[in-house]
Design a binder for this molecule. Sequence first.
Ligand code: NAD
Length: 502
Amino acid sequence: MSSNNVPTVKLLINGEFVESQTEQWRDVINPATQEVLARVPFATQDEINAAVASAKQAFKTWRKTPIGARARVFLRYQQLIRDNIKELAAILTAEQGKTLADAEGDVFRGLEVVEHASAVGNLQLGELANNVAGGVDTYTLMQPLGVCAGITPFNFPAMIPLWMFPMAIATGNTFVLKPSEQDPMVTMRLVELALEAGIPPGVLNVIHGGVDAVNAICDHADIKAVSFVGSTHVGTHVYNRAIQSGKRAQCMMGAKNHAIVMPDANKQQTLNNLLGAAFGAAGQRCMALPVVVLVGEARNWLPELARLAQTLKINGGVEPGTDIGPVVSCSALERIHGLIQKGIDEGAELVLDGRNPTVSGYEKGSFIGPTIFAGVKPEMTVYHQEIFGPVLCVMQADKLDEAIELINANPNGNGTAIFTRSGAAARRFQEDIDVGQVGINVPIPVPVPLFSFSGSRGSKLGDLGPYGKQAIMFYTQTKTVTARWFDEDEVAGAVNTTIALK
Ligand code: NAD
């Protein structure tokens, strides 16, 4: 507890939850009520160094811990998350604002990665080629890198930390996590459960903070790899800084995802899917659908879309039947209002204005309802900037090709979707669209962890994505061994002065 009776968020260093000695703190605020839930420290450089040192020390033994023992930690961990999912969702809703059902979804999508991490024995297998030359075998070892670090955003405070440390630790690395300073509490509860599952002291460490902590991670000589998820401008900075100091880096960044609606699509299903994807989580998902391109006759569906959007219920995230909770903070709300005003000023048509809704019982909350712009043009700010709120831009195209061209001209490549009953149109779309994650009648095509998250172009830096096979590659170094064993009684052959194996 701090002096004013608000709980403090702890650091995790070498298996101990400790109070930071910093002078710099920030409030964690419930966005529905503005109640201060906790205070989060901005860790000092000494504390960050201590976290990295403990991870470096723990790596010496963890890297040699049998793969089955590592896997069993994650088998226990997935059960603990499952048993505590309601409590985790409640913490998440209180500090972030999304509805309880959506908060459970956030935890569940992370839980799927933990389940996958428990299969590490199969995932981290090397390869072997027998007799590549006379009596010579070649095989690969997929060895852990050392201390890895993760930097996470506010919008999925359960799922995204779980994209990172389970895969890194299961493959034999140790980890330093820096959660979002806006909503670190559910992350810390997940970390407590990870220790309960058997992660040894020093293998997982947590520091808190902002710019300085992120820069310290990027610069630290003992950190070998950095995984980042967040906005494009911060991700680009993190990538460049981490690469410059000789690290591996993967950065999943901002988005502007488009859905194409063909006139032959199932109308009711499509409209329901669009509403969920554009306005669910108050539009604060990197895989949300903030742009819809209505093709041909589907252009006439706009009034029905706007009418249905008005039926969505805005309320505190804990109230049953809520569709849209508050956005994460008053400053986020202010930024969204500013962008809506910009849209009006630049000539987009405000078809539905969700600003300043009345939410009884939550008068201080940072709420905004579904907002729809029509007549949006590529040069408008509401189109080319990520709004990260419940604001949908509606555009039009005569033909599928025109819509594909529009999407391919956008610099982002996180996700996209098409709604159609035509297999030919869907196949054309999947083939020609230059976006890393494609939905066919699926509005938010986030891959399950049998695959990897594969956003592309401006939405990603680094070749390998989080979780799935690509995460195994990211968190390991391939060592290739070429071996020959001589029999004691073998007669010495001639000296080989060529490069060929004989
Ligand atoms: P953010 O970039 O503001 O913050 C991400 C992390 O970076 C946080 O831990 C924060 O403390 C740190 N940070 C913030 N400003 C910094 C700075 N100037 N220098 C160094 N570090 C800094 O992102 P956010 O607002 O928390 O999250 C929303 C953004 O994340 C959106 O752009 C969204 O599209 C993106 N996102 C992308 C994905 C994806 O997979 N592509 C997933 C989730 C969120």
